[in-house]
Write a protein that binds this ligand. Sequence first.
Ligand SMILES: [Zn+2]
Length: 162
Amino acid sequence: MKPNEVRVSDSERLSCSSTKIFIDNGHGQFTPGKRSPDGQLREAFFNREIARRIVLDLQNRGYDAELLVPEDDDISLKERCWRVNSWCLLHGKQNAILVSIHVNAYGNGSERTQPHGWSIYTSRGKTAADALATCIFDAAKKYLPDMQMRTDNSDGDPDFEE
Ligand SMILES: [Zn+2]
């Protein structure tokens, strides 16, 4: 097993193998502002690398995973929503999961800082996304115990809502 490889038992797998998993890499290479103050880290490139690894790993585990934005260009949020909603119209929204990868900004915007940790945001209110987010947190606690999680338990679960 490689150092970053995570093994998931059969009981931890999604119960519905027909679920489509869309991984969104967020911004395009020329999206203004989505970079470190010195310009060395561009969110688009980082997101694409992470998203491609996630999709490949999920596919290798037998899941129907797909990049929502295979292009390097900035695909608008409206277009990304259209792509997912079009799929859902044909196959049912209960059969789809969408995860969008981002790198959050931290600091004053003019100098490099050393933030660490990760978080999950879901839409406001109780939705199916809350349960999925909690599954990810539970798996991370088990398999990535040294990774700092940023949580918001004010509504009874660890994800942030926005
Ligand atoms: Zn972003």
